[in-house]
Design a protein around this ligand. Sequence first.
Ligand code: FE
Length: 352
Amino acid sequence: MSVTDHELTEAWRQVLTLSNVRSGETVTVLTGADTHPQTLRTAVNALTELGASVTRVELPSVNGEKSLSRDALAYLGTTPLTGNAAAIAALKASDLVVDLMTLLFSPEQHDILKTGTKILLAVEPPEVLCRLVPTARDRERVTKAAELIKAADEMHITSAAGTNLRCSLGEFPAISEYGFVDEPGRWDHWPSGFVLTWPNERRSNGIVVLDRGDILLPLKDYVQEPIELTVTDGYVTKIEGGVQAHILKSYMRSYDDPEAYAVSHIGWGLQPRAQWAMLAHYNKESTIGMDARAFEGNFLWSMGPNNEAGGDRTTACHIDIPMRNCNVYLDGSPVVLAGVVQDYAKNVGVAQ
Ligand code: FE
């Protein structure tokens, strides 16, 4: 069902207020060929009501001819900012960039954030944005989880399906994604609600067994029969299973890049309003699957780059894999058990 302009404007008002947007601030709204008109219309309405000075910058699409998919996260090559000095100058001159286009991570974006400009990505369908409006409580919960990662030397993931993966930590920061940008130079994505980091280079080892119901992104498929991935010294060296394993292998092979198989970010979902079942209802081209990445208690891991975290690996291929029913331990202490986040038990003494 659709949401009204009023509902989506109210949702924007909450996100922008949490992002400390003030009267007189300069906000640039980035749009592209796939920007949802209602999201754009209501964002501009809410920004105007808050007294912001709004500019719209429309950038052309790139890499469409190289990608096997229309998903904006399916090909991480150059971005519309590459070599575009006028656009870069406009974004650097803004207090906030509202990204309705999907400006992927790039050196240019890093430079823009360094000037103190905040960037908030919002490209999910309007009704998903309304259902997953972030709150201050989301920030608190995700930030606490990030503190746990910061203090840990190892993440160990197991499951009844057979997963047993160990990742050394410490080379890369813990990242909190809670859905709004309340600090200068912050990037975030509405909707989200999860915590992540990257394993130390070449220091992930073990087996990951994807069970029925785990999710492959950007393919947006629920796993129908187990897929076993062998991780050796930071790289997936073997992918075994049925037809879906062959599809995954064929898709990754199409990038012709050995770095595609590196273990990328690892973390877990903390958003109770995000739904595992959501992808079963949506056309694949209408969403990028943030419910799947954020639903509470999923172990989200990925293959691909680590330059977003300050590493030097770039690759156009990026696979996100949210898994259910995993146990996640930090230095031996459980943070997720059988897909249930353990923070409530720790914080308020209520076992879940
Ligand atoms: Fe990812």
